[in-house]
Design a protein around this ligand. Structure first.
Ligand code: SF4
Length: 234
């Protein structure tokens, strides 16, 4: 079977599941993912919390978890990543790294590329490492929710990720903020300590600010710039 045929098969699978699982619960979507792809799927996490990881381990305790090691994370985010390994000992965390260290990037492009050209910085440190890691899988699972942003309002539970060439599953796409918080509280889910300090959408430290009470959670990402997305979910 050629790679193109495999991709066509996967796309057809995604299109069919997109209809059949349009109203699936998070666990139903994850059960379908584990049943369909076995070891060939990975769960992405920015280590803001372990909600998606917890859900995934309920259907596959040794699930692979993708973490983008950008080199710019808060210490608390790295600490949360390490805590996930302790709380979920069967999980395998896959650290996706850029080709260049931050020092090497600074030497080639100049320091603080994130201030001058955040799109290029995100491309080098997030988009490319993500694509390279996803090339090893047939599906990935994300924590994107429709309430995150207007650009995410129509996020399906299952879709075909054209850019990366694999199936994309968004099990908690329909969850409201209240449902999300209730899951954390009811199961005592691990959470990045920065959340309680007012960081409601956590990315790299230079590009993440606290969010004013009542403001859009993602307003703290690339504050003061027109950029609103890393380019991972476009
Ligand atoms: S979020 Fe900021 S520091 Fe992180 S990769 Fe993007 S531009 Fe660079």
């Amino acid at each position: 079977m050629t790679a193109v045929t495999a991709d066509e098969d996967l796309k057809a699978l995604a299109d069919k599941a997109s209809v059949e699982l349009a109203d699936a619960t998070a666990l139903e979507a994850l059960e379908w993912t584990a049943g369909t792809f076995g070891n060939d799927f990975i769960v992405a996490s920015n280590m803001q919390d372990a909600v998606l990881i917890d859900l995934a381990t309920r259907v596959k305790s040794d699930v692979d978890v993708l973490f983008l090691q950008t080199g710019y994370h808060f210490a608390e985010t790295i600490g949360t990543r390490d805590a996930v390994e302790t709380v979920y000992p069967d999980v395998r965390i896959v650290d996706a790294q850029a080709a260049q260290s931050v020092a090497e990037q600074d030497a080639e492009y100049g320091p603080k590329l994130y201030e001058r050209d955040p799109n290029q910085c995100c491309f080098l440190r997030k988009v490319v490492p993500l694509r390279n890691t996803l090339a090893n899988y047939k599906a990935w699972v994300t924590g994107v929710r429709r309430v995150d942003a207007p650009t995410r309002a129509n996020t399906p539970i299952v879709t075909w990720d054209e850019r990366n060439g694999l199936v994309k599953v968004n099990p908690i796409a329909p969850w409201t903020d209240e449902e999300f918080r209730a899951y954390i509280d009811s199961r005592g889910i691990l959470e990045n300590p920065l959340v309680s300090e007012g960081y409601l959408s956590i990315g790299c430290a230079p590009c993440t600010a606290k969010v004013a009470p009542g403001a859009d959670p993602r307003s703290g990402r690339w504050a003061g710039k027109s950029k609103t997305e890393c380019g991972l979910h476009g």
